[in-house]
Write a protein that binds this ligand. Structure first.
Ligand code: 2NL
Length: 368
């Protein structure tokens, strides 16, 4: 047994009894620090004879190693115990419900456009889209709107500045209706044709009921032997499905548009219930009135001709209606400007869940 056995046993006992990391560090300094007792023993080796150093050297080194190992083992045990204690105290309740992720909502304009696409798909129409920046020919000329037409005036239409691509007498413009999409579709696809063209349109106009950008949907049917009866049935069927009413009554009044002949303004009967307009019934019935809803007519034969079709073979009807106005009527909103303010409170109130997809089988636009 070496001379250092007692010292080692003593050190082990104190290390095992150390209460915390601070006490352990104090013991490390006491034994192995610069002024430590084991360090002091190591220093005595220098003064020993070679024989004595040969005997004591390994013993003292062994002692230093044993104390160092004991300190390391005790420290690891303490850290493991501390981790155990934390794991035991910081338990996570996996049965708690997850925090709800913030979700956006579908804008009423998008919702209504989706509903329209569903309704008209059921009637055999496809959705056509096209550029919002158009030229004069597609937006006006092809629609039989002469140079003198007031809609072509600078103060009604947004024109782009003239440059190399867009000469002074044919400047590009922001489309004032989605009719140019219908012209492009007729030219690209020919007849017969059944399409709706929803999208943004622009007019230089701004007050409580007009915004410079708004949304329109136009419909177009081109086929043989098409007449006003097809137009009336299609509009009645579409409005009945959209407003979810069986009793929609329409009144067709003669009107004028350059792109249709004859042209008809379409009114719908409604009643006021608690200050809200509820569509249904004849406008001539007691407590009812007529409201102008959309414009339509038989496509002017000059328009059919300019789109490259033979007007003696092909006829058609067309209509145009404001999407924002349809949304306001269906969902009871009264200020058009709120549509484009981007106020999240309004969007939360009137917005739709992205899960609430409009489908005919589930009832178009149905919601609790
Ligand atoms: C309105 C209602 C309307 C059309 C749009 C149209 C499109 C082609 C040919 C003929 Cl390609 N017509 N669209 C027809 C009637 C009315 O919009 O109040 N517009 C000023």
């Amino acid at each position: 047994m070496s001379d250092y056995t007692t010292l080692e046993r003593d050190a082990r006992a104190r290390i095992d009894a150390a209460a915390d990391l601070a006490a352990l560090e104090a013991l490390r300094v006491e034994y192995l620090g610069k002024q430590g007792s084991v360090s002091a023993l190591l220093k005595t080796l220098g003064a020993m004879s070679p024989d004595e150093r040969l005997e004591k050297g390994p013993q003292i080194q062994g002692l230093r190693q044993a104390v160092s190992d004991a300190l390391g083992a005790r420290k690891a045990a303490m850290e493991a115990a501390e981790l155990e204690a934390r794991l035991a105290s910081e338990t996570v309740d996996l049965t708690l419900p997850a925090r709800e992720a913030p979700a956006g909502s579908v804008h009423p304009v998008s919702q209504v456009m989706d509903e329209l696409a569903e309704i008209f798909a059921d009637l055999g129409f496809s959705v056509a889209t096209g550029p919002e920046i158009e030229d004069d020919w597609y937006n006006f000329t092809a629609l039989n709107m002469p140079e003198s037409h007031p809609a072509r005036a600078m103060h009604d239409t947004f024109y782009f500045p003239a440059d190399e691509e867009s000469p002074a007498d044919g400047r590009m413009l922001l489309r004032t209706h989605t009719s140019p999409v219908q012209i492009r579709s007729m030219m690209a696809l020919g007849a017969p044709l059944r399409i709706i063209a929803p999208g943004r349109v622009y007019r230089s106009d701004s007050d409580a009921t007009h915004t410079p950008m708004f949304h329109q949907v136009e419909g177009l049917v081109i086929d043989r032997d098409i007449h006003l009866g097809h137009l009336k049935w299609t509009l009645e069927t579409f409005l009945g499905a959209f407003f979810e009413r069986e009793d929609i009554v329409l009144r067709l009044r003669p009107s004028y548009f350059p792109f249709t002949e004859p042209s008809v303004e379409v009114d719908v009967g409604f009643a006021l219930e608690n200050g809200k307009r509820v569509l249904g019934g004849s406008g001539d019935a007691p407590g009812h009135a007529w409201m102008e809803l959309l414009g339509s007519g038989m496509v002017n034969r000059r328009v059919i001709e300019m789109a490259g079709l033979d007007p003696d073979e092909w006829q058609g009807f067309a209509f145009g209606v404001g999407v924002d106005r349809l949304a306001m009527l269906k969902y009871g909103m009264d200020d058009l400007r709120a549509f484009f303010d981007g106020d999240v409170r309004w969007l939360r109130h009137y917005g739709f869940s992205f899960l609430d997809q409009p489908t005919l089988s589930a009832g178009v636009g149905a919601r609790a």
